[in-house]
Design a protein around this ligand. Structure first.
Ligand code: DUC
Ligand code: ZN
Ligand code: ZN
Ligand code: ZN
Length: 489
């Protein structure tokens, strides 16, 4: 029997194990794992690692902010950059803004993505306007079209939901088997700090970090986790930056809560000192939550190693260092008018491989879990995505674990004019990326056409069993009736 394509002689790794095998691919799927397989086409992977294609589960592509600014990357440049970074699929956000319907929002993002992406894609829905119609009709309709995760913001005046709306969204999501994601920072504390700093004339980029203290994240994570546990609704806390926040999550997980968490490169590799670079340079390192300090980063690394975090995502939020992005408010724009976010699609996985796997902080299997397998399961894309197993999509990244490169803007292949990681030397890089058996990146070059990527209609997230029921007097469902809380039993 001959396959369409055979990847020969590599070390295959999944989230569970590693072994040497050839991979036989037919019709875009993995058809066999074995030895001495023959194919019409072959890739020699001797000395290389053959991993499930990365899944970038947190990035902002062709998204306008609440104040109207557009990200620099669209689905063409964003997907190309992701592919160069070892990703075979990605799940950007479809952002509802106030006054927009959810179906309208998803149709708009479909029009932005179709014909543009080189890799497969889905969307998480951002809910900014939780009207009755959204909650009762549009969220179920979004779920039915394969958008099975919903993000809410506890901060940002034009995006934030209040506690009652948060409870309502958790409850509706739970009833449909959807996963709620949350940007957890205390809005009042950030607003108060910002006003004080601005009143004192402190408007430079470095004050952004001071205006978003660790306490703002810890308080909001505690509140979000409390609500999720009260309803036994699953929750994903995105972009966790602080030891205080991670500790709350670790404790809740230890106690059996279905609370999941994500961290990002900026909380491991950058610090608030980066915001204090000369002139406006610090604006390049402004994101929310902001980078913290070296001790916090070391603590987040340990949480990554022990399993507090299920996901390591870029939070690629590309605003250029010019008047189309960060400096839209002028050459000395005050920090509270500068767009939050930084790029990272192409460098997320090399950073984690070089500084995580090679240093022994995490295992290769953990690397696969954090970069691909967990996202596939948690966001309803398994078993087609996230593993190297017979029947799965042939979404594969072939890595050279010995190759050393210096991070350069021109190798990001995004629409940005800077990378926060410029000049870092990293060892271990993806060299070939396949999506459903098609070469997308080969020999350091893009070899796929925009538009070949397909929409992934995601299934119900696989999040494990609900927590055991508390005693009747502590169980809101039994005390008040299941319907009231939207629980399904
Ligand atoms: N939240 C994100 O998830 N990304 C960029 C900025 C933000 O506040
Ligand atoms: Zn956020
Ligand atoms: Zn801790
Ligand atoms: Zn984000």
């Amino acid at each position: 029997m001959s396959f369409d394509l055979v990847i020969r002689g590599g070390t295959v790794a999944t989230a569970a194990d590693r072994f040497s095998a050839d991979i036989g691919i037919t019709g875009g799927r993995i058809a066999a794992l074995g030895h001495d397989l023959a194919g019409a086409d072959e890739i020699d992977a001797t000395g290389k690692l053959v991993l499930p294609g990365g899944i970038e589960a947190h990035c902002h592509i062709a998204q306008e902010s609440a104040s109207g600014g557009m990200t620099a990357d669209d689905y063409r440049t964003g997907s190309i950059s992701a592919a160069f970074g070892g990703n075979a699929s990605f799940v950007p956000f479809a952002a509802q803004h106030r006054g927009m319907g959810v179906t309208e929002t998803l149709d708009l993002y479909d029009s932005r993505a179709q014909g543009a992406s080189v890799i497969d894609y889905g969307y998480h829905l951002i809910i900014a306007d939780a009207t009755d119609a959204v909650l009762r009709e549009e969220l179920p309709a979004a779920f039915a079209r394969g958008v099975t995760s919903f993000k809410v913001f506890m901060t940002y005046d034009r995006m934030k939901i209040d506690d009652r709306q948060f409870l309502e969204i958790l409850s509706v999501a739970r009833a449909h088997g959807a996963l709620t994601m949350v940007h957890a920072e205390n809005s009042g504390l950030i607003g108060w700090m910002t006003d004080r700093l601005m009143a004192g004339g402190h408007s430079a980029p470095r004050y952004h970090a001071i205006s978003h203290p660790a306490a703002a994240e810890a308080e909001a994570i505690h509140r979000a986790v409390t609500f999720a546990r009260f309803l036994d609704a699953p929750l994903m806390i995105v972009h966790v930056s602080t030891p205080e926040g991670a500790d709350i999550i670790a404790r809740a997980r230890l106690e059996g809560a279905r609370v999941f968490a994500e961290t990002c490169p900026q909380y491991l590799f950058l610090t608030r000192d980066d915001l204090d670079r000369p002139g406006m340079e610090g604006a390049k390192f402004m994101c929310s939550p902001p980078p913290r300090d070296a001790e916090s980063a070391a603590h987040i690394w340990r949480h990554l190693a022990v399993g507090t975090f299920s996901l390591f995502s870029s939070d690629h939020a590309p605003y250029r260092f010019d008047t189309s992005g960060k400096l839209a408010g002028g050459p000395e724009a005050p920090f509270n008018t500068i767009a939050n976010g930084m790029p990272g699609l192409a460098v997320r996985l090399p950073l984690l491989f070089s500084e995580g796997v090679r240093t022994g902080r995490i295992s290769l299997e953990q690397f696969v879990a954090l970069s691909s397998a967990n996202a596939a399961r948690i966001y309803g894309m398994a078993p087609a995505k996230g593993s190297i197993t017979v029947g799965a999509d042939a979404d594969i990244a072939i890595w050279d674990p010995q190759e050393t490169r210096t991070v350069r803007l021109e190798d990001q292949h995004d629409a940005m004019d800077y990378t926060p990681y410029e000049g870092m030397e990293l060892t271990g890089w993806p060299v070939t990326v396949l999506s459903r058996g098609d070469r997308v990146i080969d020999g350091g070059r893009l070899v796929a056409e925009p538009g070949r990527g397909r929409y992934i209609a995601r299934a119900r997230p696989d999040l494990g069993a609900a927590a055991p029921r508390p005693p009747a007097e502590l169980d809101p469902a039994r005390a008040f009736g299941a319907d009231l809380l939207g629980r399904d039993g």
